[in-house]
Design a protein around this ligand. Structure first.
Ligand code: PGA
Length: 255
């Protein structure tokens, strides 16, 4: 099967897990397991406290470094926030709009849009996370919710398109995150296909579209076999090197 959107991307979102030394050790294990591309891009997304030492631990290897969030202003009186200007140049990508930030921390669609624009302005690759809740899916609103989130994420760009390799979209149904209940490959494919069409319908080249939500070594291969799933955003399994590397391995066999 021909992949139309580049090599698969497998990113490990560590969330608020690991003390700094444990995180550095985890990064080293991932780096040791990914010394060459093997047709897959791999990223680790540790907590902010870990970014600098993890950058060191990854060295000049192939594993990309991502931040779990970013603020929209460059500098100023924003206690506790981390700006794209602080990350630019040494951090490869930023995750924006994760459902835990949207639902637990009150981040709005508009906030997500401002963050996407700020990160893009600084040349950081952006991974935009979108996804519906279970209630929204049950109400038949999943596509509309994802459309709304995507539109808001891109709104501050005022119609300008982002180069396809400068961003990615992670479809993460909220009901599948951390629950052990992954979307089926069909459900994930349906939404990822829809997302590709949505972006292309706006005149942009579609970026890679990842699936996230209880991805494990057991379900990864089936997910990656879908034509519009270009990788995975992995939470829990990214904390276990063996499991994360097995998911990377599944992605490298996906074509
Ligand atoms: P999970 O988390 O793999 O633990 O379900 C995915 C995510 O939230 O990015």
């Amino acid at each position: 099967m021909t992949r139309r959107r580049g090599a698969p991307l497998v990113a490990g979102n560590w969330k608020m897990n690991t003390a700094v030394p444990d995180g550095v050790a985890l990064a080293r294990e991932v780096a040791r397991g990914c010394t060459e591309h093997h047709g897959v891009e791999v990223a680790v997304i540790p907590p902010f406290t870990h970014l600098w030492p993890v950058r060191d631990a990854l060295g000049a290897g192939v594993v990309l470094l991502g931040a779990q969030d970013v603020f929209w202003a460059d500098w100023g009186a924003f206690t506790g926030e981390v700006s794209p200007a602080m990350l630019a140049g040494w951090c490869d990508l930023v995750l924006v709009g994760h459902s835990e930030r949207r639902h637990l921390l009150g981040e709005s669609d508009e906030d997500v849009g401002k963050k996407v624009a700020a990160a893009a302005r600084h040349g950081l690759r952006v991974m935009v996370a979108v996804g519906e809740t279970e209630a929204e899916r049950d109400a038949g609103e999943a596509l509309a919710v994802v459309d709304r989130q995507l539109a808001a994420a891109l709104a501050p760009l005022a119609g300008a398109t982002i180069a396809a390799d400068a961003w990615s979209i992670a479809y993460e149904p909220v009901w599948a995150i951390g629950t052990g209940r992954s979307a089926t490959a069909e459900q994930a494919e349906e939404m990822c296909h829809h997302i590709v069409q949505w972006v292309e319908g706006r005149g942009g080249a579609a970026p890679r579209v990842l699936y996230g939500g209880s991805v494990t070594p057991r379900n990864a291969a089936e997910l990656f076999a879908q034509p519009h799933i270009d990788g995975a955003l992995v939470g829990g399994a990214s904390l276990v090197p063996h499991d994360f590397l097995a998911i990377v391995g599944a992605a490298s066999k996906a074509d």
